[in-house]
Design a protein around this ligand. Structure first.
Ligand code: NOJ
Length: 509
């Protein structure tokens, strides 16, 4: 049997926003445990937990101050162990997020580093002398502003590709490498099924730290940044792969590799490197038949060339919800449903972000409630990611919606009362039921072949299952066969615009 991760659907849990067990308005590990039966019934194969480690929260957990513990607001290590055991009992896998590019500025290593210019821990980070009374080079932070902050104690500067509270580690330092091996072992020994690697392409910086002109507006992909994506990172991932393979039970690594060139991306998933890499080209494509076709084709070609499994993502905690990206309102919602059938028909591994299965849309929050550092560091020019991080509406209504018995850390819109998970469970035409049905009927083999289809549509075969997506403004005819699923209950002999369907053709094609 092929490894589990080759055809899995992994459900991403943004821990703060999934389920709160203690009424403080923030999700936690016990909350997740209480909702595992929902995930089992949804039909996913595993879950990915965003960081739950001790953190001051400058980037909501992506600023880790201790890699081998649980932040008290999310629970304890015992809660983690109980969650892992319960997940495994239900036959699901669990992967955790590892954040190796940077630590929190509250991590003891960084506190030591700034405590004295000659402290040995300083070598774990990227401290450099300035240039002309300014930073060492012109690199900008991905969250706005310069990527360097002056260390008051020494007059040197330290690098941070994200916020100043997230100082970058120096991966050319062997101690850093050894530390992370220990950290990986800690979680592997506890029994996790794998890791999602944060900013996986950026760990090693070019040794000369050369200047790089950042294109404006800031691109979604990091291909332009010649100071990162260094060859050394591949050797590191080979060593991590060996480490994971030394454990029983098919442990895996999925890299957050934010590159648009799929040939470069595929280098990360060569046979002895990471098993999977997120393929954001699918996510950043608009609602366009030509664009989606091209990204699917390129992905299958480049990943196929190295024998790797393709991955498909439409949403995560960093991007605007798909219904909103595809036009919003009724049109956006229809397209998001159609896209769900496309996503789950493609060969490989798919990732589904919490709430995507409920068809949630981006929430337009008032500025005074925004928390994302991107909003503050760009003086509101970029709104940030809070709108896709609003907690899950499980049942009933405001303010808690079954997410919390207290006040949710971001308000849940009143109108979500009609689309809670419980409300959707009873509704055959709901997004939730569509996801459940698609997860149940999804083809698992690797076969894939494009089929001829009218302009502005996509059609492909997975064995005897045909997936047809209508991105045109006209109805198109459905192929003959048994209609297995349609994203619009109105689909019959024809497929309306912004709709997708799965048809079993049983040799009739
Ligand atoms: C990518 C994560 O997904 C995002 O949420 C985070 O802000 C950055 N990496 C920095 O860790």
């Amino acid at each position: 049997m092929a490894e589990w991760w080759r055809s899995a659907v992994v459900y991403q849990i943004y821990v703060r926003s999934f389920a709160d067990s203690d009424g403080d308005g923030v999700g936690d590990l016990q909350g997740i445990r209480s909702r595992l039966p929902y995930l089992r019934e949804l039909g996913v194969d595993g879950i990915w937990l965003t960081p739950f480690y001790p953190s001051p929260g400058a980037d909501h957990g992506y600023d880790v101050s201790d890699y081998v513990d649980v932040d008290p607001q999310f629970g304890t290590l015992a809660d983690f162990d109980a969650l892992l055991a319960a997940t495994h009992e239900l036959g699901l896998r669990l992967i955790v997020d590892i954040v190796p590019n940077h630590t929190s500025n509250e991590h003891v290593w960084f506190r030591n580093a700034v405590s004295a210019p000659d402290h040995p821990d300083r070598a774990r980070y990227m401290f450099r002398a300035g240039r002309d009374d300014g930073p060492p080079n012109g690199w900008k932070s991905a969250f706005g502003g310069p990527a360097w902050t002056r260390d008051e104690g020494s007059d040197e500067w330290y690098l941070h590709l994200f916020t100043p509270e997230q100082p970058d580690l120096d991966w050319h330092n062997e101690t850093v490498r050894a530390d992370f091996e220990e950290i990986l072992r800690f979680w592997l020994d506890r029994g996790v099924d794998g890791f999602r690697i944060d900013v996986g392409q950026a760990l090693y910086k070019a040794r000369d730290l050369h200047d790089v002109q950042q294109p404006e507006p800031r691109p979604s992909y990091a291909d332009w940044h010649t100071g990162i994506n260094q060859p050394e990172v591949h050797e590191l991932y080979r060593s991590w792969r060996r480490l994971g393979d030394g454990y029983p039970g098919e442990r895996m690594f999925v890299g957050e590799i934010v590159l648009g060139d799929q040939a470069l991306l595929a280098r990360y998933v060569r046979p002895d490197e990471l098993q999977l890499a997120f393929n954001f080209t699918f996510l950043f494509e608009g609602w366009s038949a030509a664009g989606l076709r091209e990204t699917i084709e390129r992905t299958l070609e480049e990943f196929g060339a190295v024998g790797a499994t393709a991955t498909w993502v439409l949403e995560n905690h960093d991007v605007t919800r798909v219904a909103t990206r595809y036009g919003g309102g009724e049109t956006g919602r229809r397209r998001a449903r159609a896209a769900a059938l496309l996503l789950l028909a493609l060969p490989g591994t798919a990732f589904v972000y919490e709430g995507q299965e409920l068809g949630l849309e981006e929430v337009d929050l008032p500025d005074e409630l925004r928390q994302d550092p991107i909003f503050f560091r760009t003086q509101g020019e970029r709104q940030g990611r809070d709108g896709c991080r609003v907690p899950i509406p499980w049942e009933n209504g405001p303010p808690g919606f079954g997410f919390t018995s207290g006040t949710p850390w971001l308000p849940i819109p009143d109108e979500w009362e009609g689309i809670t998970a419980t409300a959707q469970e009873a509704d055959a035409g709901s997004a939730l039921e569509l996801y459940r049905a698609a997860l149940g009927a999804r083809p698992r083999d690797e076969s894939f072949a494009w089929l001829e289809s009218p302009a502005e549509t996509l059609a492909f075969a997975r064995g005897d299952l045909t997936c047809l997506v209508n991105l045109s403004a006209h109805e198109v005819e459905l192929p003959a066969g048994e209609l297995v699923l349609a994203s619009d209950p109105g689909a019959g002999d024809v497929l309306p615009p912004d709709t997708a369907a799965w048809v079993r053709t049983k040799g009739e094609r």
